[in-house]
Write a protein that binds this ligand. Structure first.
Ligand SMILES: Cc1ncc(COP(=O)(O)O)c(C=O)c1O
Length: 442
C-alpha cells in the first residue's frame, strides 16, 4: 500500500471518472450552443499524462520534453526539434538564430531585408523588426491567402537576405516559386507552420523546405499543450544556435539538471574569460529563457497520437464546407488549395465580394447571432495596425488584396470538434443568410 505506483494508479482512475462526467455534460443544441472556430480536443489520456508529470514534479523541461522532441521530429521527418513556450517564441528564435555570430559572414545583420507579407499574424513579422531587420511587404492572393509570387523579383534588393512567411490557415504558399528565389539569391527561408501542421507541397511536408520551421501548440492549433511551440530544422549548427538563444544564450548544451555532457566543462577558454571558466555559465549569445515546463509535452505526447486523425477531420470538414458553399461563389470567394499542395486546414476563410449586396459585417453578425464563431484573418493588413505605423519597411506595390482581406475577409472553424450535426447546422445558417438577403443581392 505504501507503493507510489498504487496511488498513481488510483489517481489515474479518478481522472478517468472526472473526464467521463465532463464528457457527458452539454449536448449540442442548435442555435444555443456556440460552435467555436477552434478548441482543444482531448480525453482522459491527456489529463492523466499531465497529472503523472505533475506528480513527478520535475517541472522544467525534462523527460517528457525529450520524448516529445524526438517523437515530433519523427512525425515531421526532420532531424531536430526544440520545444519552446509558444509559437511566437519559436518565430523569435528562428529569426534571431540567423543573426548569430557563429554563422560568420552568413549571419543576418541590422538593416538586412526579409521578404514577408502583411496579411497575417503579428508575431510572424515582429521578430524581423525586433532584430533590427527590415521587413519587405509583398501582396497576397485572394482565395489562397498566400504571397502573390508573380512579382516576387520586384521585392529583391542587394540587401535581401531572407524570406519569412506563414502557410496561411494551413494552406501552403507556392514553394516552387519561393525555393527558386531562395536558390537564385542564396536566401534563408523560415516557414511559419503554426497553422499548418501536416500540410504538404508536392508530397513533401511544409517546414522541410526552408532552413527553419516553427510550430505553435496554443489550444486553437492542430494539436495543443496549452501554451507551447517548436523550432524545427535539419541543420545541426542552427539547432545548437536556437537552443543557445532559448536557454539564456549559454554555450553549454547540457539538459536541465545534467552536468558536463561535453566532458570539457572546466577545460575551455572562450572570449576573455580565464581558462577553465565553468562552461555552464559561458554565454555565446545575448539570449532568452523560452523553455517549456515538462507538464506541456506530457499533454503533447498524447495529442501527438491523435494528430493524424485531427488533420484528417479538419480537411474533411473543409472539403464538405467548400462543396456546400460553392453555390454562393457569385458573392463569396471560396477558399482554394495552392496548386500542387495538400493543405492541413486551420480554418475556412471567406471573402465577401465588393458587389455582393451585403457586407462582411452583416454576414459575420448573422453567423455570430446564430452562435457560429467567426474570426478575422488575424491582423488584416498589419501595416494599418497602430503598432506598425512607424516601422522601417519597404512595401512592394499597393497591397491591394491585403486591404481587401482587412475589409472583407473572415473565417469560420473546421476543427475536429465540428461534427456532421454542427457542420450541417453551419451550412443551414449560410443558406438562411442567403435566403434572408435575396432581395438585397443583385
Ligand atoms: C501563423 C501564426 N504564427 C504564429 C503564431 C503565434 O503562436 P503562439 O500563439 O503560440 O505564440 C500564431 C498564433 O496563432 C499564428 O497563427
Amino acid at each position: 500500500m505504501e507503493d507510489e505506483n498504487y496511488y498513481r494508479e488510483q489517481i489515474r482512475k479518478y481522472v478517468s471518472e472526472i473526464y467521463k462526467i465532463r464528457k457527458n455534460k452539454g449536448n449540442f443544441v442548435p442555435g444555443e450552443t456556440v460552435i467555436p472556430f477552434a478548441g482543444r480536443i482531448y480525453d482522459e489520456k491527456e489529463i492523466a499524462s499531465l497529472v503523472d508529470s505533475s506528480l513527478d514534479f520535475w517541472l522544467t523541461a525534462g523527460e517528457y520534453a525529450n520524448k516529445f522532441e524526438k517523437a515530433f521530429a519523427k512525425f515531421w521527418g526532420v532531424k531536430h526539434c526544440s520545444l519552446v513556450n509558444s509559437g511566437s517564441s519559436a518565430n523569435l528564435l528562428a529569426i534571431t538564430a540567423l543573426t548569430s555570430p557563429k554563422l560568420g559572414d552568413k549571419r543576418l545583420k541590422k538593416g538586412d531585408e526579409v521578404i514577408t507579407v502583411a496579411a497575417g499574424f503579428p508575431t510572424t513579422i515582429n521578430p524581423i523588426i525586433q532584430n533590427g531587420l527590415i521587413p519587405v511587404f509583398v501582396d497576397v492572393e485572394l482565395g489562397t491567402y498566400n504571397i502573390d509570387t508573380k512579382n516576387l523579383e520586384k521585392a529583391v534588393s542587394p540587401k535581401t537576405r531572407a524570406i519569412m512567411l506563414a502557410h496561411t490557415l494551413g494552406n501552403p504558399f507556392n514553394l516552387d516559386a519561393i525555393m527558386e528565389l531562395v536558390h537564385k539569391y542564396d536566401l534563408y527561408l523560415i516557414e511559419d507552420c503554426c497553422d499548418a501542421v501536416g500540410a504538404e507541397f508536392r508530397g513533401k511536408k511544409v517546414g522541410t523546405f526552408g532552413h527553419l520551421a516553427t510550430v505553435s501548440f496554443y489550444p486553437a492549433h492542430h494539436m495543443t499543450m496549452g501554451e507551447g511551440g517548436a523550432v524545427l530544422t535539419n541543420n545541426l549548427e542552427l539547432e545548437k544556435i536556437v537552443r543557445s538563444f532559448r536557454d539564456w544564450g549559454r554555450d553549454c548544451y547540457c539538459e536541465p539538471g545534467i552536468d558536463d555532457t561535453c566532458k570539457m566543462r572546466f577545460k575551455r577558454q572562450m572570449g576573455q574569460l580565464p581558462y577553465g571558466y565553468d562552461h555552464k555559465y559561458t554565454y555565446s549569445h545575448i539570449g532568452y529563457n523560452l523553455k517549456v515546463l515538462d507538464l506541456q509535452p506530457a499533454i503533447g505526447l498524447e495529442q501527438l497520437k491523435k494528430l493524424p486523425e485531427f488533420i484528417r477531420t479538419r480537411n474533411n470538414n473543409f472539403n464538405l464546407l467548400q462543396t456546400a458553399l460553392k453555390k454562393y461563389n457569385e458573392y463569396l470567394i471560396i477558399p482554394e488549395a495552392t496548386e500542387n499542395s495538400s493543405p492541413s486546414w486551420f480554418g475556412f476563410p471567406l471573402t465577401v465580394k465588393e458587389d455582393a449586396g451585403f457586407t462582411r459585417s452583416e454576414i459575420v453578425a448573422f453567423l455570430e447571432q446564430n452562435k457560429i464563431m467567426t474570426r478575422m484573418l488575424f491582423g488584416g493588413n498589419l501595416l494599418r495596425q497602430p503598432a506598425y505605423e512607424n516601422i522601417e519597411k519597404r512595401v512592394i506595390g499597393e497591397l491591394k488584396n491585403t486591404d481587401i482581406i482587412m475589409n472583407n475577409t473572415f473565417f469560420i472553424g473546421v476543427y475536429p470538434g465540428i461534427d456532421k450535426e454542427k457542420r450541417e447546422y453551419i451550412i443551414g445558417a449560410f443558406n438562411k443568410f442567403f435566403e434572408k438577403t435575396k432581395d438585397k443581392r443583385n
